[in-house]
Design a protein around this ligand. Structure first.
Ligand SMILES: Cc1ncc(C[n+]2csc(CCOP(=O)(O)OP(=O)(O)O)c2C)c(N)n1
Length: 224
């Protein structure tokens, strides 16, 4: 605890300037990740994001909810143009993905939009599918489904060697989508994802894609 002004005045003289090795505007180019071609099922996060990148144009919009999927988007999904990857950070409120996609389509109807979300975050605001259907908005919701609070499960396991209170049962997302009057697709093999994304991006209304994910890959998040 300290008085902010006093602390800053003491710290400021200790700052030294640092030279940046990269010119402004350039990011280091990450290595090509071989897991982007992984055919295993449930899908690894790298494969899901690789297929998403392949299905999208550089000016399409990706909006991420909060959870392990967000860490993957933040670290491994390249924003090819400014303001094309929007992430709930800071207070990091779960549940923003689906309403965020609705807001994006209302603000910029011509843009193609994909909300990337965990099953937990999606279920916090699933009622907004009614809004999307009523307003006839076209966008895709890509669910990283792991039947639990993935990032919390991962952190508990790393910190305590066990988990508690992080598993839950999901509704059948395809049936739920139909109940709201929109399309729902379940991915049953890695090869199905990219064509499903491409079809969903051409659809006439919101489409939910239920994509099972293998979060055992999360430890690789620290690799680069
Ligand atoms: C409204 C809200 N409640 C709780 C949290 C804490 N929290 C952050 S991530 C997370 C779990 C996310 O689970 P899920 O949406 O299924 O995504 P996954 O981690 O499985 O990708 C929780 C509970 C939060 N950020 N916001």
């Amino acid at each position: 605890m300290a008085d902010v002004r006093e602390a800053l005045e003491l710290l400021a003289p200790q700052l030294t300037s640092r030279s940046h090795s990269l010119p402004t505007g350039c990011a280091p180019v990450p290595p090509v990740d071989p897991h982007r071609l992984d055919d295993s099922f449930p899908l690894v996060p790298q494969r899901i994001l690789g297929d998403l990148e392949a299905a999208l144009q550089p000016d399409d919009l990706v909006i991420s909810d909060v959870g392990a999927h967000k860490l993957w988007v933040a670290k491994r999904f390249p924003a090819r143009l400014p303001n094309t990857v929007i992430i709930s950070n800071g207070f990091a409120a779960m549940g923003i993905g689906l309403p965020g996609a609705i807001a994006a389509k209302l603000a910029q109807p011509e843009r193609r939009v994909v909300a990337v979300t965990g099953d937990g975050g999606l279920l916090m605001n699933i009622q907004e599918l009614e809004t999307a259907v009523r307003l006839r908005l076209k966008f895709v919701v890509l669910i990283f489904r792991d039947d639990g609070y993935g990032v919390i499960r991962w952190k508990q396991q790393r910190q305590f060697g066990r988990t508690a209170g992080v598993e839950f049962g999901n509704p059948d997302f395809v049936v739920l989508a139909h109940a709201f009057g929109c399309e729902g697709v379940r991915i049953k093999a890695a090869s199905e994802l990219r064509p499903a994304l491409e079809r969903a991006l051409r659809a006439n209304g919101p489409v939910l894609i239920d994509c099972p994910v293998d979060y055992r890959e999360n430890d690789r998040l620290a690799e680069y």
